[in-house]
Design a protein around this ligand. Sequence first.
Ligand SMILES: Cc1cc2nc3c(=O)[nH]c(=O)nc-3n(C[C@H](O)[C@H](O)[C@H](O)COP(=O)(O)O)c2cc1C
Length: 209
Amino acid sequence: MSLIEKLNWRYATKKFDTAKKLSPEQLDTLLTAIQLAPSSFGLQSYKVLVVEDPAIRAQLRDAAYGQSQLTDASQVIIFASETVIDSALVNKYVDRIAEVRHMERVHLGAYEDTMVGTVNRLAEDQKMTWSNKQAYIALGVLLTAAADLGIDACPMEGFQAGKFDEILGLKALGLTTTVIAPVGFRAEDDTYSHLAKVRRPKSELFIHI
Ligand SMILES: Cc1cc2nc3c(=O)[nH]c(=O)nc-3n(C[C@H](O)[C@H](O)[C@H](O)COP(=O)(O)O)c2cc1C
């Protein structure tokens, strides 16, 4: 299948086959794709939880209006934004650049100053919005990678973030839930899998200038 055929094949899976699980290799490939997602400055101001524990997932389902994907998918991937975005986060990232690229930290000073300046200019709510946007890019990469591998997923924001944070103990980790995506394999009788894609026509969606 071409990439476009795969993007037509994928859909927001409503009903997962509870008997089908991702292999460790498939899961690892999805996580690698998430790891490789681009982000503003490359800061990746979020963490990604992989939830398998059935008892936790039952609680998460209650906090997601009973949506069955939470308990029935193979894993639930949770994108959680960092709640503290400050110069310490930037410093740590610059340490990492210096290490990976074998650079002396002094050569990264100007880049570090730009990033710290940008981060410090943002009000707290702007930081959260900015951070959430980065997490959504990672979600998009996950969905595309899953389609490429023939793995089903459902992007979801129909849940109570505060309850998710409580159930997962995220406050203590300096995180808050942004968006989630259960992954696994569609149930044969998921009627949604047969529905035609509804998208804006290209004439309405695109503006060529
Ligand atoms: C950010 C986001 C949040 C969504 N939240 C939910 C959700 O809570 N439950 C659900 O069943 N589908 C959810 N969807 C799926 C959309 O309804 C679906 O992607 C859209 O209707 C297009 O259909 P398709 O993805 O099947 O092609 C969400 C999609 C996105 C991108």
